[in-house]
Design a protein around this ligand. Structure first.
Ligand code: SAM
Length: 434
């Protein structure tokens, strides 16, 4: 989401004030820091980065320095208490107002702060999307209304708001016309999407997926990040009916113990999650599944953690984004006494991650000798004669191929699996695969 927001900041300043991206901070007239406050570490990095840029401002007093994103949203004017040389503070929902904020800094010579939540106005103001390669993110909803006890997102990005159905489809069609072949529908809880249709009805994510799949040129669809509670039967049915939907899904579970799930206020228990996965595997037996985990939530006992490990054994996840619980100011979990020793926290995290890495390696090994559909994204960094693309289950594959295949789907016979990627050779009509 932050990557998407950053590219929109560049787009809106480019279109409305003629800015171009600078090669380095030293050459820039404006420097924007797009921040994340999901964990404490990310938040702390903000002030050390600002400290480095302060020196540039000493050399060039006209330099405009802005802080956007969720730390800005949470801290507001307090950013300037700690870093008074910051000129603009804006939230994820006001990035489209950057041109006006910039004007008020340069013309009125005063700092500009806007961390309000004007909801959907943002999308109406953003310029037509640019395509940078054959894959693109399309934001379809913003914010979160789930209020999990550990999470800061509802307070920094606001409650769930969906973009109108037709607006999303128009953006996807514009991207397809620019050569985009894969769309990643984006939102904090993307399956909470409830977009208004032109006739006043409401479309859910499943319906949206059907319509996006019907756009000429769009041959692969992903969505991220979903929430188990709204992982509806209609969405599972879309996996049965829409071949463009990639055979891979990211479905955060956070923990495998009912007690911890309840303490986190996730709104579902362990069995519900397992049932959703079972239902999904009925229609897509080989679907890859990744998840988010928080280890050492303050109430997590050894037995709770073992329940998470057991869930991992049952689901056999292919990937994870997993972190030690980080207390976030203003969230209910921040009030809980944290009695888990630091070494226990790191030991739990490393056990969890290494088990999932083993599954990941097994899945990669099993792909050797199969033919995979790969969307060719770039020239390989290690070898200029090789191209690199992604499989449906998000593996990078390197293979010899002419550059004319950039941006196309090709079938690749997988010959080798390494820790971080696969190798293979393109299957052409006249080449045998074995
Ligand atoms: N739809 C997702 C869900 O079902 O929760 C929301 C994704 S959330 C924006 C991103 C991830 O950051 C969460 O899934 C969680 O694992 C992690 N996260 C959020 N707050 C955290 C905290 N206080 N400490 C550690 N990790 C956190």
């Amino acid at each position: 989401m932050n990557e998407y927001d950053s590219s929109k900041m560049a787009d809106v300043l480019g279109k409305e004030r003629g800015f171009e991206r600078a090669e380095s901070a030293e050459e820039a007239d404006v420097i924007l820091l797009n921040t994340c406050s999901i964990r404490e570490k990310a938040q702390e990095k903000v002030f050390s980065q600002l400290g480095r840029w302060k020196k540039l401002k000493a050399k060039n007093p006209d330099l405009v320095l802005g802080v956007g994103g969720c730390v800005a949203s949470q801290e507001g004017a307090a950013i300037r208490d700690r870093a008074p040389y910051v000129d603009m503070v804006f939230g994820p929902q006001t990035l489209h107002r950057l041109p006006e904020l910039y004007d008020s800094v340069t013309k009125e010579r005063k700092p500009a702060i806007d961390i309000s939540f004007p909801e959907i106005e943002k999308f109406d103001r953003l310029p037509e999307p640019r395509a940078e390669g054959p894959t693109a993110f399309v934001s379809i909803m913003e914010g979160c209304s789930k209020y999990c006890t550990f999470c800061v997102v509802p307070y920094t990005r606001g409650e769930e708001v969906s973009r109108p159905f037709a607006d999303v489809l128009t953006e996807c069609a514009q991207l397809a016309a620019k050569g985009v072949r894969e769309i990643n529908l984006l939102g904090q809880n993307v399956n909470a999407y409830r977009g208004e249709t032109d006739d006043g009805d409401e479309a859910d994510l499943a319906l949206l997926i059907h319509y996006v799949a019907a756009i000429d040129g769009i041959d692969r669809i992903r969505f991220t990040t979903s929430h188990p509670v709204e992982f509806s039967d209609s969405l599972i049915q879309a996996f049965a009916e829409v071949p463009e939907l990639a055979d891979f899904v990211h479905l955060p579970v956070q923990a495998g113990s009912d007690a911890v799930l309840a303490a986190m206020k996730r709104g579902h228990n362990r069995q519900y999650y397992l049932d959703r996965i079972a239902k999904l595997r009925e229609v897509r037996p080989n679907i890859g599944i990744s998840s988010d985990f928080i280890v050492a939530y303050p109430t997590e006992t050894d037995a709770d953690f073992e329940a998470t490990m057991d869930l991992i054994e049952q689901v056999r996840f292919d990937q994870s984004f997993s972190f030690i619980f980080s207390p976030r100011p203003g969230t209910p979990a921040d009030m809980l006494a944290d009695r888990i020793p630091a070494d226990v926290k790191s030991e739990r995290l490393s056990r969890l991650q290494s088990r999932i890495r083993e599954f990941q390696a097994e899945y990669s090994e099993a792909m050797v000798g199969t033919v995979q559909r790969v969307l060719v994204e770039k020239v390989s960094r290690q070898n200029a004669n090789q191209l690199t693309g992604r499989t449906e289950n998000l593996r990078w594959v390197h293979f010899d191929a002419p550059v004319r295949l950039l941006g196309e789907f090709v079938d690749v016979y997988i010959t080798e699996a390494t820790t971080n990627a696969l190798r293979g050779r393109v299957v052409t009509d006249d080449s045998a695969v074995a």
